[in-house]
Design a protein around this ligand. Structure first.
Ligand code: SF4
Length: 196
């Protein structure tokens, strides 16, 4: 089988797969090295940002590579494990390794969806409709479940009908802000997925 270097680099992902299956070297090429060359070409000149995997409480650190396109939009090119992190030392589990798809997958739903109680179908909402609905529901739940005094007559001023759970992708500032908003509403059931 005659495969030129140019053709090999163009098949990229398939080459990496073959490298794994065939022990990293075949057809006269070092497949892993070729894959690395291709990745370097792809991310050359890209901006590197540090972030945290949003999927689970392990909190693996990631490097995200982005580049500004000619039309002004920023393109997410690659996400990989951060070798400087003491948590994951550059590694990602299979789930974290697919995190790029969170940003670029064509199957991603980029707008709010709503399924009414008892209904099987989802309907698309505008962001304004979704945020208004959210605000109304929060107010109604808070009004209905706010407690000013406990059973012993102590002033407590708390809302027991709303719970809030933060995600592992929260930055410190986002976590601080979310906690402030929830405490301001009197919410006491506040939890955070991450333990980092
Ligand atoms: S890479 Fe895997 S183990 Fe690490 S935080 Fe993400 S999902 Fe959890």
């Amino acid at each position: 089988m005659d495969v030129s270097r140019r053709k090999f680099l163009s098949i990229g992902g398939a080459g990496a797969l073959g490298g794994t299956a065939l022990g990293g070297s075949t057809l006269g090429f070092d497949l892993r090295a070729a894959q690395e060359v291709k990745q370097q070409l792809r991310i050359a000149g890209a901006k590197v940002s540090r972030t945290i995997c949003p999927y689970c409480a392990v909190g693996c650190a990631m490097l995200a590579y982005t580049k500004k396109k000619d039309d002004g939009h920023t393109e997410l090119l690659q996400i990989e494990g951060d070798p400087d992190s003491p948590v994951n030392e550059g590694r990602l589990c299979p789930k974290g390794a697919t995190a790029l798809e969170l940003g670029v997958s064509r199957r991603r739903v980029p707008y709010p969806m709503y399924r009414a109680p008892g209904q099987a179908n989802w309907q698309r909402l505008s962001w304004e409709e979704a945020l208004n609905r959210l605000a109304r529901n929060i107010k109604r739940s808070r009004d209905n479940t706010f407690i000013t005094e406990d059973a012993d007559g102590n002033t407590v001023n708390r809302c027991e009908g709303i719970a809030f759970a933060g995600g592992a992708a929260f930055s410190s500032e986002e976590g601080y802000f979310a906690t402030k908003v929830m405490r301001g509403l009197g919410v006491v059931h506040i939890e955070q997925q991450a333990r980092v």
